[in-house]
Every structure is written in structure tokens, then in C-alpha cells.
Design a binder for this molecule. Sequence first.
Ligand code: HEM
Length: 406
Amino acid sequence: MHDAKKSGLDIPSSGPKASMKKRVCSDGKHEAYLGVAVTLALTIVGCSVSPAKQSEHPATLAANLDSYPSVDQKLGEHLYPDEKPIAEKLSVVIEESIRKQYSAGSARRDAHPKAHGCVKAEFNIVDTLPEALSKGMFVPGKTYQAWIRFSNGSGDPTRADIKRDARGMAIKVLGVPGKKLLEDEADAATQDFILINHPVFFATDPARYLSFMNDANSDHFYRKLLIPFDLGAKGTRIALETRSSKISNPLQTRYWSMVPYQLGTGPDREAVRYSVRSCSDVVDPMPKEPSHDFLRDVLRNTLQNDDACMEFLVQARTSDRMDVEDSRIEWKEAQAPFSKVATIRIPRQTFDTPQQNEFCENLSFTPWHALPEHKPLGVTNRLRKVIYDHISRVRHEMNDTQREEP
Ligand code: HEM
């Protein structure tokens, strides 16, 4: 069993002061009638219910907008019109949606609110890692401790695991030395990697993404019919594909970063994407009579008996056609193979305790908990710098919980 105290994976005792309130939402009741638009609205971004309250974080939001990321033209980045004001508007729209959906003490993540569990892991960098990949925290032979949160993508935390959905894997590597990119958390010792079980992201143009969020969160039902127009044919197809998966075990699922990251600094820096897969090809059959939260049960039962093993992979871009801004474009493995950078060992453990679940709920993941050598790239990541920080603050303030990196 894993020794939490020795590894630095000990859990502070503070937590949310109230239990979760049931989300007031139609839970896809109308999906059969209104097809694509409603499915997208209710399962990708959730639904809205009652009037919102003003933000209590205008100062930090303004500071985040002041330090909006600059673009790296050498790596193919370029700004879209009005990115900064759109990042602010998106932050406000998402904040309003959370305040409508949850009452104080019960706020959840806007996306991926349902966790299957937070597990302790070891992130072991490959001994023989080539020099070209040995950048930032990728130090050959080094072992880090980590937390991994597995989740469903739907904004509805009460949704049954057997229903089709996107699946998330958020890794928080601990004890990573060096100044980090977030100004407020520059001294945090964490490096996060956030992945979903689909290779591409459904949106790229921030103005269209804002229209999508506005329509998805509107109280007027007809606005949800506009969603496919906001996303366009390609975005709609990717969104539907992304939320269509059924999985039998989160430890046997393949995940991708969807969006790119820098590797290294200086003249030889490059753009990469990440992926994580199981060390073995074994995939459990789908259960015949799945319980409502069967993915948590599977995770608990698997780790009760055995260690689990996953591989962390890096895909270096091999052509300018592998776009850094447009994350709807897949970087095909045939043209840009993945290289193994680390083994993720998830030791046999008991993770499903009230204390650890509470700790998990209070964690904040963002691609910007990162060293400069792993700087997030592209418009989606630039928007996320502002939005994730703001939404995490709102969530913690609503729950009256401490917001701190482990
Ligand atoms: C502009 C686009 C995006 C927006 C507005 C957005 C928004 C959010 C928000 C508000 C949260 C909750 C943050 C918190 O409360 O701490 C979240 C969590 C998450 N997002 Fe995104 N997201 C975007 C793109 C992506 C992409 C491209 C991925 C692909 C990997 C992704 C994967 C996740 C995952 C896995 C979580 C859950 C992390 C956890 O376990 O805590 N998101 N997102």
C-alpha cells in the first residue's frame, strides 16, 4: 500500500462545509425531440436555472486579463480578434452558470464535476529519455509523486456513468522545482496535465465559442437550437464524437491533451501534444448491469487488488500543417508518432474515503500550473488561463474552502 506521509501525498483536513445539492436540470428529457442542439447544450455545458449573483473576484479577474498570455509566432501562435474581452465574458458566463446551478456550500466544477476518484500515483520519467525530450520536469530517471483525478465530462454531476460522455484525466505532479507560469502561484511545486479521451477539441474561434456558451446557458430554450450554427459542422461533429464514449475502466482508456504545449525554452523549443494510455491492451468488457457510479466501483475494485500502469506520451509536431491554434485538427500519429516520456504507476490503494474525496473536490487543475518549458499554447489554452483561475476561485469562495496547491 502507498505510504501517504512519506511520499508527500498527505491530505489536509479542510473541505467544503456542505454536501452537494441536487442539480436542477432537465437531464436530457427533451433530447429525443430536439436532437443535436439539446444534446450538446445539456451534456457538454449543462443547463441553467435561476438568477445569478455578482462576482466577488473582479480584482483577480482584471489582474489575469492584464497578464493575458502573449503569443509565440515562431511556434505558429496568433491572436484572434478580441480574445481578451472574450476571455472575460466567458469567465462571467461560466460564473453565472455555476451560481445559478449551485447554492453556497455545494458548488462544483463547471465542467467535469463528477469524479470517479482521486488516486495517488508515481510519475517515473524514462531513464533513457532522448535529449530532445529531456526538458522542464522531464528529467531522465526522476520519480515524482502525483494525484490523478478521473472524471466524466458532463456538467451534470448526477449523470449515470453508463450514459455516453467525455471522460477526463487530470494529473497533478508534485514536487516540481522552478518558478511556474501563474503569477499568483509561481512558487507552487505542481505541474498539471489535463486530458480527455478524444484527440481533438471542438472549438477554435473564441467569438463563436462565446456564442455557443451564451446559447447553451440561455434560459430561452430556442437558443439551444443555435448551438450547431455556433460550432459549425466540424465543431458539432467533434463535440458529438467527444461526448459519445462509453468506457468500462478509466485506467484502460486512452486520453489526449487535445491542445498543444511548448516543450523547452529558447531557440530549440517546439510544440507538442500529450497522450496517456494503459501499459497493457487489456480492456474489461462493459458490465451487464452497471450501477449508477460503476466507474468509481471499477476504479476502487481494480486498485484494491493490484497496481495499475499507464504511459505518458509526448507527440512532437512534425509539420506546420499541424496547427497550433486550431485544435480541431488532429496531429495524425502516422505523421507525428508519440514517444513515451514517463510510466505512471498507480499503486494498490484505498482511495474512496470521505476525506480523500473531499480533498479531490477541492483541488484546482489548470494547464497553467506549469513550468515555462511546458507553457500551454494556442487560443483555447490562452482563454483557459483566465477562466480556470476565475472559476476555481468562485467555486472555493462559494464553498468557503481554502484554495491551495498541495
Ligand atoms: C475554452 C475552452 C475550455 C473551457 C472554457 C473550459 C472550462 C473548464 C472549467 C471552468 C473547468 C472547471 C475548473 C475548476 O472549477 O477548477 C474545467 C475543467 C476541466 N476541463 Fe476544461 N475547458 C476548456 C477546454 C478544455 C480542454 C481543451 C480540455 C482537454 C483536455 C479540457 C479538460 C478539462 C478537464 C479534464 C477538466 C476537469 C479537471 C479536474 O479534474 O479538476 N477543457 N474546464
